[in-house]
Design a protein around this ligand. Structure first.
Ligand SMILES: Cc1cc2nc3c(=O)[nH]c(=O)nc-3n(C[C@H](O)[C@H](O)[C@H](O)COP(=O)(O)OP(=O)(O)OC[C@H]3O[C@@H](n4cnc5c(N)ncnc54)[C@H](O)[C@@H]3O)c2cc1C
Length: 279
């Protein structure tokens, strides 16, 4: 049973409502509703799917902007450069087609599950989160926004309006690798995203490697990133991975896999993703 339901048409109206008291923001509902099966949703629902200007992906000189109500299916249908191959690969494996049609990229981030498939990709892309409220707009790096398992820096009166990703050269590319109990409709055991930018001769100018499902929050692998910079993309990139590179990860033992298995699988996924960007 609901107390109240509102479906604002503008960001200003949404911000005014959010300032008036506690709300549960509803985008695709594919995390929110399953989390409340058999339970009443405590706060009234603020459905943001009709807010103008929040859906779609656009590019300006410096950034790509993914609006907050952009779904995984929108990502798959958008014409995007190879920089976004990892995001498309993640989109293809989030749940099934019905979940991809309703679920949003921003909702995945706001839900802050350690197993969210979007998070490692967005970390590797250097995504920033744009938040709006009646107090004004602010922007946080993704690792400042996701504070822990199911915890974000989004205040009760704030709405995430977009994810902002720095534009790279047209040579930039990315890859995503996911291990789950099965291919679709499964919670990830480990996910890896790699983003590399190259100079005109094929040398890596910047490498970002991020891992999901192996810590309370997604983690970058800075030692590996530093080793990859300056290497030609045609080199055996997978051979550059060292065991110590996974030190930032703190996987747990659970019914989906032991911590040791997760680490071992992650090393393999990192190598696979590197082979893909080198190919
Ligand atoms: C069967 C099934 C399979 C799934 N498979 C996967 C999978 O393989 N990989 C994966 O990562 N996830 C999976 N999910 C989880 C889910 O589909 C995704 O996380 C999805 O991207 C969530 O987006 P949403 O729009 O539905 O979020 P919602 O459920 O609408 O919202 C999620 C949370 O974020 C908050 N929120 C949403 N948007 C905003 C905003 N703009 N500002 C502030 N707060 C906001 C909501 O209040 C809520 O707390 C699955 C879910 C189901 C039911």
């Amino acid at each position: 049973m609901l107390h109240r339901f509102e479906r604002p048409r503008s960001i200003a109206e949404a911000a005014r409502l959010l300032a008036s008291g506690p709300w549960s923001v509803l985008a695709g509902g594919t995390d929110l509703y399953p989390a409340h099966v058999g339970r009443r949703i405590a706060a009234p629902l603020l459905d943001i799917t009709a807010v103008a200007g929040l859906r779609g992906i656009r590019r300006d000189e410096h950034f790509w902007t993914i609006g907050a109500t952009t779904t995984w299916t929108d990502v798959l249908r958008a014409e995007l450069p190879p920089l976004f191959d990892a995001l498309k690969a993640a989109a293809r494996e989030v749940g099934g087609v019905q979940i991809q049609n309703a679920g949003t990229v921003a909702g995945n981030v706001c839900n802050a599950s350690p197993a969210a498939d979007g998070t490692p990709v967005l970390l590797a892309l250097g995504a920033r989160v744009v938040l709006t409220s009646e107090r004004g707009e602010r922007e946080l790096a993704l690792d400042e926004f996701v504070l822990g398992s199911r915890r974000t820096a989004c205040a009760a009166d704030e709405l995430v309006v977009a994810l902002r990703i720095p534009a790279r050269s047209e040579r930039a590319r990315s890859a995503f690798a996911k291990l789950g109990g099965r291919r679709y409709l499964t919670i990830s055991i480990s996910t890896v995203a790699v983003v590399v930018d190259l100079d005109a001769s094929g040398v890596i100018t910047e490498a970002n490697v991020a891992v999901g499902s192996c810590s309370a929050v997604g983690r970058r692998l800075p030692a590996l990133e530093a080793r990859l910079a300056g290497v030609h993309a045609g080199h055996d990139l997978a051979g550059l991975v060292e065991p110590g590179d996974l030190a930032p990860l703190t996987p747990i033992d659970d019914l989906r896999g032991s911590a040791a298995y997760r680490l071992d699988a992650t090393a393999t996924l990192v190598r696979r993703a590197l082979c893909e960007v080198a190919a």
